[in-house]
Design a protein around this ligand. Structure first.
Ligand code: APR
Length: 254
């Protein structure tokens, strides 16, 4: 984690506040870091406990599901349980305020939890799907999850084709939802301010969004305790937890 002199941090926050105040069209891309202070582990944090010996990228894949559908199902049920017990943190709430006070504010997230919605954000664009939604892995028929199935150790089967039901999150190697991609690309291509919050900026195509925005002249603000590959292109990097920095920024906006 980068440590800045308080004076430097205050100065950067003031500049970032003015950029937000004067922006006409804002796009915000969030990653797992925004949910970290709600107790939802980031994707690249070492997997905790039982899952420490598994590579999340392996579990979140067709190959992983085919190899051991029960293991993948249990991993998602545990993550779903974690999200259900989590609450939006002050960073989620601050983003909802920011959206409410802005004439044109598009929130794009890589997160599969619903904490932005529970904090009051509207029309959230989920690039990687949502863990609380399900569909048949074979025929695509959509399902909601019966309470009973949450404790199941094996995925339920589709009533229509007998295929296995899976969470509607995007697995490694799968295409992102076209409508979400189009909306996010369109917004990044026309914004004048791009906020990059709580993402390592290493997973494409999501990591392309800030680059698209910068290329067409938008200003870029990054909020992340660490440096990322996006940091060199950011006008302002605010090093710290989004649950602390975003409320400060919203408070300064008045
Ligand atoms: N506030 C802000 N940022 C934080 C915080 C915090 N409190 N805690 C951690 N971070 C930062 C980390 O420094 C890291 O850069 O959040 C980032 C989390 O990075 P990842 O775990 O890689 O998560 P993310 O960027 O969302 O991953 C993108 O990759 O594996 C896929 O589908 C998965 O959606 C995920 C995507």
């Amino acid at each position: 984690m980068i440590q800045l002199e308080p004076h430097t941090m205050a100065k950067r926050l003031a500049i970032a506040t003015e950029l937000v105040r004067s922006a006409q069209r804002i796009v915000c891309l969030t990653g797992a870091g925004v949910s970290a202070e709600s107790g939802v582990a980031t994707f690249r944090d070492a997997q905790s406990g039982l899952w420490a010996r598994f590579d999340p990228a392996q579990l979140a894949s067709q190959a992983g599901f085919a190899a051991d559908p029960g293991l993948v199902w249990q991993w998602y049920m545990q993550r779903l349980q974690g999200v259900a017990h989590a609450a939006p943190n002050p960073g989620h709430v601050a983003l909802a305020h920011l959206q409410a006070r802005s004439a044109d504010f598009v929130l794009v997230t890589q997160n599969v939890d619903d904490l932005h919605e529970r904090a009051g954000s509207l029309k959230v664009i989920h690039l990687h799907g949502q863990i609380s939604q399900f569909h048949c892995n074979d025929c695509g028929l959509r399902y909601s999850l019966a309470e009973a199935d949450r404790s199941a150790v094996f995925p339920p089967t589709c009533g229509k084709c007998g295929g296995l039901i899976r969470p509607s999150v995007i697995w490694f190697g799968e295409a992102l939802p076209e409508s979400a991609l189009d909306a996010a690309w369109h917004a990044a291509g026309r914004c004048d301010l791009f906020l990059c919050i709580g993402t390592s900026g290493v997973v494409y195509p999501a990591a392309q969004l800030p680059q698209i925005a910068r290329r067409q002249g938008a200003r870029l603000i990054e909020i992340n305790p660490d440096e990322t590959p996006l940091s060199p292109t950011a006008e302002i990097h605010l090093p710290g937890p989004s649950g602390v920095i975003l409320p400060q920024l919203v408070a300064q906006l008045g």
